[in-house]
Design a binder for this molecule. Structure first.
Ligand SMILES: NC(=O)c1ccc[n+]([C@@H]2O[C@H](COP(=O)([O-])OP(=O)(O)OC[C@H]3O[C@@H](n4cnc5c(N)ncnc54)[C@H](OP(=O)(O)O)[C@@H]3O)[C@@H](O)[C@H]2O)c1
Length: 270
């Protein structure tokens, strides 16, 4: 019931977790604006959304958008408002990782790229959408990462950007107290989207192949469902998996144990 008729924007909707969030929102009756860079993939997801929801009307809007560009973020919000008359739900999901030791990075611009795609995009979009979300007493959702709560080897720039995202959303939540707008973040560990192949390597170029073995982890639809269930209840934080939640508690008591767990988790998948 929560999502029926709601106007939602989903970034990174052309694949992975964002695609599943969009399909689940559409299935639940939301009007969804799909944003990412690849128009063909967005159209494919729009078709999925329309057939999953059984709707043939204009409830799904496709807006090609590079979220690393502030002007495009602001235009995305304006397009969604023009189409649906307001915004009830903003899902900051678009993101990209990096892979490589910090002391081997030859193209230092990847640190800036990590901040733009994983952090600044969410700041720009959230601040542009906030007046509309205040009117609707809506919801801000963000897909962070376990790397936004603990350090992870080979992912320094990504972890730093996701920590920034966590800090922004945690601060915003306090500022929004009393406005009726909630902020819900999910901090997944590993999700089977194949996104690691799109990680930037130490030379600043996408890897093009998986740098680690894929076993276990959440499926993208499980991750999407967990985020939407939490956001429906206006929960603040969702950390999938008992080991991950245990790790966050342990970090307070014995941080080096958590460092070793993170190191082992990466080594175990290489
Ligand atoms: N997969 C995991 O294990 C995992 C774990 C923890 C957190 N996360 C987070 O979950 C989110 C989704 O990840 P995923 O696994 O679904 O990744 P994915 O399959 O690679 O999808 C990433 C999405 O972000 C979009 N995107 C990337 N750069 C963009 C840009 N500059 N402008 C607009 N859209 C952009 C991509 O679309 P286009 O290429 O069409 O632009 C795509 O739709 C990310 O924030 C990621 O950090 C993932």
């Amino acid at each position: 019931m929560t999502w029926a008729g709601q106007a939602a924007i989903v970034t990174g909707a052309s694949g992975g977790i964002g695609e599943e969030i969009a399909v689940q929102l559409a299935t639940a009756g939301a009007r969804v604006t799909l944003a990412a860079r690849r128009p063909d993939e967005l159209e494919r997801v729009a078709t999925r959304c329309r057939s999953a929801s059984g709707r043939t009307d204009d409830a799904i809007l496709v807006v090609p958008c590079d979220v690393t560009d502030r002007t495009q973020c602001e235009s995305l919000v304006a397009s969604a408002v023009a189409a649906f008359g307001g915004i009830d739900v903003l899902v900051n999901n678009a993101g990209q990782g990096m892979w490589g030791r910090a002391d081997e990075v030859s193209d230092l611009s990847i640190y800036e790229a990590m901040l733009r795609v994983n952090y600044l995009s969410a700041v720009w979009l959230t601040l542009a959408a906030l007046p509309h979300l205040k009117t609707s007493r809506g919801r801000v959702l963000a897909v962070g990462s376990l790397s936004g709560k603990i350090g992870v080897p080979l992912r320094s720039g990504y972890a730093a950007a996701k920590h920034a995202l966590t800090g922004f959303m945690d601060s915003l939540r306090i500022e929004l107290d009393g406005t009726g707008v909630s902020v819900t973040m999910i901090h997944p560990g590993f999700v089977t989207t194949g996104s690691q192949a799109r990680n930037l390597g130490t030379d600043g170029r996408a890897l093009g192949a998986m740098p680690l073995k894929v076993s276990g982890g959440q499926t993208p639809d499980e991750c999407a469902a967990m985020l939407l269930a939490g956001a429906a209840l206006r929960k603040r934080d969702i950390v999938p998996g008992f080991r991950a939640r245990l790790g966050l508690w342990l970090k307070l008591l014995a941080p080096t144990v958590v460092d070793n767990m993170a190191s082992k988790a990466i080594r175990g998948r290489q």
